[in-house]
Design a protein around this ligand. Structure first.
Ligand SMILES: O=C(COP(=O)(O)O)N(O)CCCCOP(=O)(O)O
Ligand SMILES: [Ca+2]
Ligand code: NA
Ligand SMILES: [Zn+2]
Length: 311
């Protein structure tokens, strides 16, 4: 169990590959992610959003954070690969503090919806506290379109590399998520997929720290098609193409947040299993094949990120 996420991300940044940061909300997704990392001999980051902590704790934040840490630690001590637990999109001060107290390896303070100076001040405050207890911090500059824990951004606002230089210097944040055109969820682009690689290049050059790509799911079309064949309504779903992910990694992305690809795979195969095995009522017999597929998609992404064999 990695005490602070910075140690695995600094190595990835030096060597030019990316670590997957996979979100989980329950035991089965966590199992699939950790099995995939072990089989790929890859360092891995598992992440909970604030919503996931509330979900795991049935509304009680301390319970949720504690249970997440204990589930991850208990599984991780049996594995050969380094595992970090990260708070994704931390916004609420109390939740961020609770995650740190519970034993998370890193926390994101997402204040990117605020004006630059306020984002900088909020981030600096969290960095001072987290660094005092040896925890790494992620922050964000620019805005992703779409829903981020009940903050709805109408349009994405791309990162300003000059601001990024000042921001990283002033806050001493450990890793930065620059908005370069992605968005959360399964419907990322209206037209052609497009990332602003010029900005990304400048942000890396000006900050020289590990960078994070949010909204990075690929939304594989074969899985979308399967889900729709079994009754889902996901037409028009579109993600980040593999070649763009690889280019982003070349230009300095070292942590890649992935949630939607696991959700779509889960839904497609759950629908398939339930419709094919109509008399099945044992959740273990339903979930086992479904999470085999979730594990496979995590392995595929770990291979694309270049972190296979890096443990
Ligand atoms: O950047 C990403 C993932 O992007 P993706 O949607 O492309 O997978 N993430 O940060 C994961 C976002 C998780 C959202 O969690 P809640 O629904 O619990 O609030
Ligand atoms: Ca944000
Ligand atoms: Na994050
Ligand atoms: Zn995100």
């Amino acid at each position: 169990y990695v005490k602070n996420t910075k140690e695995i991300l600094d190595k990835a940044s030096r060597e030019g590959y990316a670590i997957g940061a996979f979100n989980f909300n329950n035991m089965e997704f966590l199992q699939a992610i950790l099995e995939a990392a072990e089989e790929e001999k890859a360092p891995v980051i598992v992440a909970t959003s604030e919503g996931a902590i509330k979900y795991i704790g049935k509304g009680d934040i301390e319970t949720g954070a504690k249970l997440a840490v204990e589930m991850v630690r208990t599984y991780a001590e049996k594995l050969s690969v380094p595992v970090a637990l990260h708070l994704d999109h931390g916004r609420d001060f109390r939740i961020i503090m609770t995650a740190i107290k519970a034993g998370y390896s890193s926390v994101m303070i997402d204040a990117s919806h605020l004006p630059f100076e306020e984002n900088l001040r909020e981030t600096k405050k969290i960095v001072e506290i987290a660094h005092a207890v040896g925890i790494s911090v992620e922050a964000e500059l620019g805005k992703l379109k779409g829903i981020e824990d009940n903050v709805v951004e109408k349009e994405s606002v791309l990162v300003d590399p000059e601001e990024a230089k000042i921001f990283v210097k002033e806050t001493e944040v450990d890793f930065l998520a620059p908005a370069i055109g992605t968005s959360h969820g399964a419907f990322k682009f209206k037209g052609e997929a497009q990332l602003d690689f010029e900005r990304l290049k400048k942000v890396k050059e000006y900050t020289q720290i590990p960078l994070v790509l949010h909204g990075a799911s690929m939304v594989p079309q074969d899985v979308v098609k399967l889900a729709n064949e079994y009754g889902a309504e996901l037409s028009g779903a579109k993600g980040v193409p593999e070649d763009m992910l690889k280019k982003a990694i070349e230009l300095g992305i070292n942590k890649i947040n992935t949630d939607t690809d696991l959700r779509i795979t889960f839904v497609a195969y759950l629908r398939k299993v339930l419709s094919e095995d109509k008399s099945q009522i044992d959740p273990r017999k339903i979930f086992k094949p479904v999470f085999e597929h979730v594990k496979e998609i995590v392995k595929e992404r770990i291979r694309i990120f270049g972190s296979s064999g890096k443990a």
